[in-house]
Design a protein around this ligand. Sequence first.
Ligand code: PLP
Length: 424
Amino acid sequence: MHLSRRKLIQGSLALGALGTAAWLKPADQGKNHSIYFQALSAALTHAEIARPTLIIDKTRLLHNIHTLKTHIGEYYGYRIVVKSLPSLPLLDLIARETGSRRFMLFDERFILKLLAHRADSDILLGKPLPVMAANKVLTQTPEPSGSDIRWLVDSLERLAEYRKLAVQRNQHLRLNLEIDVGLHRGGFQSESTLMAALNMIREEPLLHFDGLMGYEPHIVKIPGTPSTHLDTVLNQYQGFLAHAKAQLGEDFPSQPILNTAGSPSYQLHTHRARQAQSSTPCNELSAGSCLVKPMDFDLPSLSDHLPACFIAAPVLKSLPDTRIPGVPGLGELMAWWNPNLKKSVFSYGGNWKAQPVSPEGLTYNPLYGRSSNQEMLNASASIHLNMNDWIFLRPTQSEAVFLQFGNIAVYEQNQLVDSWPVLA
Ligand SMILES: Cc1ncc(COP(=O)(O)O)c(C=O)c1O
């Protein structure tokens, strides 16, 4: 037999390609429920739940609260971000455990519900509400609560609207000014416009300057070192604050609210404070999501927080193969290449902002499409799921997802111990 040099080269190239293909071929990622998810499944079934359910693991939630408290210590006030934790019993527990009655709100209906539930809430808006929404809240809120709200104002135009509202209602309003410290989501960008705003506030006896709010989640997302970005943010913050103090002189409030942070960055602030590198212009930190840690918050800056919220969905159908409508054989071909696409499971509900986490290796089918009714997920042959079993997903965020399931099921020590209504 004679092998030409050309054939030898072709042969080795083909072998190389096969080797590379074998290397690229996905491995079987399938693993059945861990003991944790077996216990959670048993608790759901024991409670006779048979629909998609949002679960909070109370032990993990308490761990996260304790972690947050330990970091914040006496360095800052803590403000609870309501949109990320939209349930009154959940907020009550966090308020009790942290000793905070400061809340950050983003929605007029939530403000009304919170005030009806906890009249002593100290409310700071996290976004500037349209003046009509502010008027609605004031109309439906008995004095003095309405005047106590710290309304957020981001521009001279909005300030003019709030001034008109105060005059029309003959009601005192506390105004906190949103400053742009690098996120570029609006807010006062220059010291000169901030000064103009402060002048407008000073000239109207019904308006009261409350402090500043500068949100900076970008510092953990943009290239570079987060702590260096934080220094830049705090320098800008300090600049705005110094101008406000100089401008207002004796009229500067004795207890201003100087708010910053969110879950991704709060530990950078507390770390800096502990190191006593330099003083900070801010006196309170807001955070919410880190207490339940949805997937978008799997960040190095939150490595000591635990995932505490899950979606549980019943398995409606568990099929031994995966078939794609209209293309016979394609499902088999895909499963031949990727063993994790071998079986198909249809869940009760779906299409949430969430990723499957248990059994491990469960994935969305790349071709079949998403469904809010019965969603196809794929599993390898190593995964054993039957009709009426449970699959678990982690929400990528809490604020929208928590509102999609009705009451939250509270899980503690292998049992469902409570059912918390959400702020619908
Ligand atoms: C103004 C403001 N502060 C703080 C936060 C932080 O919320 P969380 O801790 O849930 O990320 C947000 C979130 O959007 C925000 O808009």
